[in-house]
Ligand binder design. Structure first.
Ligand code: ADP
Length: 161
């Protein structure tokens, strides 16, 4: 049984993340989408909100579960018997950071490997930060996130749309 973990901030989850989730779920027997509880960052959505949003988005994919975690990712993978970390690659700019992260994780725990899925072209430009920036100015984010998430994002910026 091949289990993988897809960690990230998902603040908020976008169509780019959802695309990676669906593709990874097709490859592995089980996929856990894991929201990083990062005390350093100030997120738009709380960890619980992000977990609930991801649960809603993945409710029809039977081999996907959603959790949160804090601390060392490789330790979390070991506790969950997951040998693979999934990360998405959009552009060369992602590559340098992701390579460093993957190599660090490999040094910390050599029973865990990172596998990269390259973004689908239609989502190559898409990031959670762009979504938040556009929404903060009242722009249209309907091409970036599912409708119920768009509503929640606008609400956070005090502009019920
Ligand atoms: P983090 O803060 O850990 O980078 P993110 O939520 O921004 O978390 O992203 C989680 C993972 O999803 C990262 O590997 C990131 O490169 C990938 N990702 C983000 N947006 C996209 C996208 N549009 N297409 C493919 N992968 C993406």
């Amino acid at each position: 049984m091949k289990a993988a973990i897809y960690p990230g901030s998902f603040d908020p989850v976008t169509y780019g993340h959802i695309d990676i989730i669906k593709r990874a779920a097709d490859i592995f027997d089980s996929l856990t989408v894991s929201v990083l509880n990062n005390k350093v960052k100030t997120p738009l959505f709380s960890v619980d909100e992000r977990v609930n949003i991801l649960k809603e988005v993945t409710k029809d994919i039977t081999n996907v579960s959603v959790e949160s975690y804090e601390g060392l990712l490789v330790e979390y993978c070991k506790q969950n018997n997951a040998g693979v970390i999934i990360r998405g690659l959009r552009a060369i700019t992602d590559f340098e950071y992701e390579l460093q992260l993957a190599q660090t994780n490999r040094k910390l725990g050599d029973e865990v490997d990172t596998i990269f899925l390259t973004t689908s072209l239609e989502y190559a430009y898409l990031s959670s930060s762009t979504v938040k920036e556009v929404a903060s100015f009242g722009g249209d984010i309907s091409k970036f996130v599912p409708p119920f998430i768009a509503d929640m994002v606008y609400e956070k910026f005090g502009a019920g749309k």
